[in-house]
Design a protein around this ligand. Sequence first.
Ligand code: SF4
Ligand code: SF4
Length: 233
Amino acid sequence: MSEDKKNEIKENKKEETSEEPKKKFTFKCTRCDNCCLKRGPIPITQWDLEIWAKNGVLSNFLPYLDIYNNPNGTMDLILKPFNPKDKENKGLDNIFNQSSIEDLLEEKCPLYNKEEKKCLVYENRPLSCQTYPLEYNGQNYVIVDNDCPGIGKEGMTKEELKIMRETAQKINYELTRTRISLPIFSQILSQKVMMDLMRQNMEAMNKMSDEDRAKVDDIFKKSGPKNEPKNEN
Ligand code: SF4
Ligand code: SF4
């Protein structure tokens, strides 16, 4: 979703300085799934969280949520792209060796099943997936992916275009609302990471033999605070 990919369009309007009228926007998703395979961070809004909570699926999404610093300085709540190394990194390794989001910009959405070629949460997919590749920047509609093969496909009804535009406007509003609440989401996510660490710690402890656990206890006893040297003066 890089900035240089963005190409503003003013739909159905003849540009004042241009001889040619702007081409009418028409779109039909071909279900090629390219956007699910390499879209990078997918913005999540408070509206998405509210819908997921209402539908009882919020906990399914929590492991994939993160905070992303956009190149333009804003921050968003996002679905963190899938890290192929996650399959190899298990347990605590997985928590401490996570890739940065910047390394995952070309990786697939964590909720896309590559083998079955389908979105695992299609009925509850985020707003930004519902309106992709159209966005609204507060003034104009913007195509964020000129390589999307659905752009220009005939067959879009007026009603479908109306819904797509309304959804694009809605996500623009919801992103602003979500950014205001971001410190709270950030705190909730940090608490979740701590809970995961504690859970994995407990699991690791339960798997240890009594002998190894005694050795670990011994190490921590020896590394505890030493007696302060007495001030003789
Ligand atoms: S929105 Fe575009 S890129 Fe994504 S699946 Fe549809 S046609 Fe493919
Ligand atoms: S949530 Fe579903 S539709 Fe959206 S990018 Fe992920 S797999 Fe694709």
